[in-house]
Write a protein that binds this ligand. Structure first.
Ligand code: SF4
Length: 462
């Protein structure tokens, strides 16, 4: 178990500033329309010729939800019109059909993720229909890791059976908070009973890993009230727990301003809630993986971290390093070795593009050599909690100290606080440094200063 000693709130406060979550490097605000649908198509063709047997990962975005949660920061749409969902599923199939012929049939799918929105807002029949369509189009590996995001509200056992039938073996449920006053303020009332029932179904049906999502920083949360929620979560004993810091960005997500901001915990209280949560989860036996994620020591995320095979992509932490991610659907982001490509975010534009039989790419990015070096550096830090300087030198043919001569002096403040060690071979997170890992990663980000000057796009780091 990692030992991060006493959590010092005053220290955390000093490092609590806006910053990226580094699910990619460069981060999404760097993507631009200079990278076009034609660029994406060419990249698919080229990489499938060059790497015709390397494994892939698939992501499918299902944007619809039954009801708006006021804290939501996802690319989603509320609808009660079932025909809108059926139409979307048809377009998703068309998008897949269009790109399939460009891909090598030898490439096995090692990983699949359905996110949203709410994939479980599909009916069981729709889940089977689109799931079987996908299965018929791709070459799935025996060892497939397939995960789906599920909203326990209005879920039936049949939904879970349908997900299991088409191969899902990992699942993630949104909980956020069990306190009713908080639930009413965020427009998401979800009883403890239905959460427990959903987890039970997942276990009965043989899902190997269950993740529960919590959010702190929401209206009416206190250390005591959130402590009750954390205790109940520990009692349910999921394999993984994600505890997200609520990102209040009403300039980007207008509906967030509906919540009573005066009832939100102060920055001090938020940090107290975080401290309490970490202490409770760690003493209950969970490993703190980093950022917002906790896992039982037997869970594959904790095992991958120990084996240095953990990776970070748009779905958060992942155990499959090096798979190209093919993403389908509204706003979905594909991620290959050398490029990122994000689909259109507007439904009408997305349908028009699919009708034109063109990739639905809106923006994207082609990696430079410097991006690769920094991406590897930041990934090592976020996943392994240390940077192997010699390994990076060998991989990229650089002299680490020389290459990062302008960046490493920024680390001094963390070293002085005992949060980081910088030796000849390694830069290593120590003690409570795991809590401000994003701040350390920011020292290696070549785009950050310019982005921060131009646009306030990021939430606070702690
Ligand atoms: S169910 Fe999920 S995606 Fe939909 S509004 Fe709520 S938080 Fe957002």
């Amino acid at each position: 178990m990692k030992d991060f000693g006493e959590i010092d709130i005053e220290l955390l406060k000093r490092f609590n500033q806006p910053g990226p979550r580094y699910t990619s490097y460069p981060t999404a605000p760097v993507f631009s329309s200079e990278f076009t649908a034609a660029d994406y198509e060419r990249e698919i063709t080229d990489t499938n010729e060059a790497e015709s047997s390397s494994p892939i990962s698939l992501y499918f975005h299902f944007p619809f939800c039954a009801k708006l949660c006021y804290f939501c920061g996802c690319n989603m749409m509320v609808t009660s019109d079932r025909s809108a969902i059926a139409t979307y599923n048809d377009y998703l199939k068309k998008e897949i059909e269009r790109l399939m012929p460009l891909m090598s049939p030898n490439r096995k799918v090692e990983q699949m993720h359905w996110g949203g929105g709410t994939p479980s807002y599909l009916t069981p029949d729709e889940i089977r229909d689109i799931g079987n369509f996908i299965k018929s189009k791709f070459n799935f590996a025996e060892s497939l890791e397939a995960s789906v995001e599920i909203d326990p509200r209005n879920l039936t056992r049949e939904h879970m059976e349908a997900f299991r039938e088409i191969g899902f073996n990992r699942t993630s449920f949104g909980v956020q908070d069990f306190n009713l006053q908080v639930q009413e303020a965020i427009n998401r009332v979800q009883s403890e009973e239905i959460t427990r029932q959903t987890v039970e179904w997942a276990r009965e049906l043989g899902f190997q890993s269950v993740n529960l999502d919590l959010i702190y920083g929401l209206p009416y949360q206190t250390v005591d009230s959130f402590g009750v929620t954390v205790d109940k979560i520990i009692d349910i004993s999921p394999n993984r727990i994600a505890v997200f810091n609520y990102a209040h960005v009403p300039w980007l997500k207008k509906h967030q301003s509906v919540m009573p901001s005066e009832a939100m915990p102060s920055p001090d209280e938020r940090l107290q809630i975080l401290k309490m949560t970490i202490e409770k989860l760690v003493s209950a036996g969970y490993e703190y993986i980093g950022m917002d994620h906790f896992a039982l020591p037997t869970d594959e995320l904790a095992v991958a971290q120990k084996n240095n095979t953990l990776y970070r992509n748009f779905q958060g932490y992942s155990t499959k390093a090096g798979c190209d991610v093919y993403a389908f659907g509204l706003s979905a982001i594909s991620q290959f070795q050398n490029i990122y490509a994000q689909n259109l975010k507007n439904l009408k534009d997305y349908y028009t593009r699919v009708d034109e039989l063109q990739p639905a790419t809106n923006v994207g990015y082609r990696m430079t050599f410097d991006d690769h070096v920094r991406k590897e550096t930041i990934n090592q830090l976020m996943c392994h909690l240390e940077i192997d300087k010699r390994g990076i030198e060998v991989k990229f043919g650089i002299d680490f100290e020389e290459y990062f001569a302008l960046d490493t002096p920024k680390l001094q403040t963390f070293i002085d606080e005992g949060l980081l060690e910088n030796s000849a071979d390694k830069i290593k997170i120590t003690g409570a440094g795991i809590l401000i890992i994003r701040n350390v990663a920011m020292c290696f980000d070549a785009y950050l200063e310019k982005m921060m000057r131009e646009k306030p796009v990021f939430s606070k780091t702690v």
